[in-house]
Design a protein around this ligand. Sequence first.
Ligand code: ADP
Ligand code: TYD
Length: 214
Amino acid sequence: MIETVKTPGKFITLEGGDGSGKSTQAKQLAAFLEDQGKEVVLTREPGGAPGSDDIRQLILTGDPDRWDVIGETLLFYASRRNHLRLTIWPALAAGKWVISDRFADSTIAYQGYGNQMGVDEVRKIHDVTVGEFEPDLTYILDIDVKAGINRTLGRDHDEDRFERMDLSFHERTRQGFFQIAKENSHRCVIINSDRNIEVIQTEMRTILKDRYFG
Ligand code: ADP
Ligand code: TYD
């Protein structure tokens, strides 16, 4: 009997500000990987697992001051823990490719930098919850803060707790993503997302091809 060698799955994350185009690009990237014969799990944070979706509702709806930064960071990590345990780790163990629309870099950027909890404080919770595990590849979709928020304004949803925070919060978050990219250059690529959807997707696919299908 010929044994098939299973290529291990990869964990790919999309990060960036609100309205930077993560969901749009994640869907197209999943379709591309499926065309390459990969089994793909497309997921998102906060959410992506039983329990995690309930926490999503708690964090993203209501007044901006509903939670303080420590409370919301603990909720993001509680949600992330189920996401890892019940969705991401089992999928990777089965050889699937996982694409997540946001992951832990969002907490470093939004809570650590944006909400000024401090990166070292977020890291303490990160280390207990996630440990050494990290994405294989992270796209950071970058766009001017106002332009990104403007793209989200037409959305008909009540999950706007962060979108309603002030521009300086979003600007600190954007700078946080730049810092994360600098410190994690082995896995992070910044993508200029102030271009049309197809151009961005082509660049993202080229990066994937060069890394994994060369
Ligand atoms: P995110 O998941 O980062 O919040 P979305 O993919 O939901 O972003 O995109 C937010 C809005 O902007 C959607 O209405 C989407 O159709 C639109 N959009 C996404 N990418 C682009 C782009 N490159 N140029 C113009 N509009 C875009
Ligand atoms: P998301 O649904 O991805 O929003 P958007 O499509 O607007 O980018 O994420 C919801 C919000 O949660 C978003 O404003 C970013 C915020 N967020 C954090 O503040 N910390 C985190 O760890 C995560 C995962 C998201």
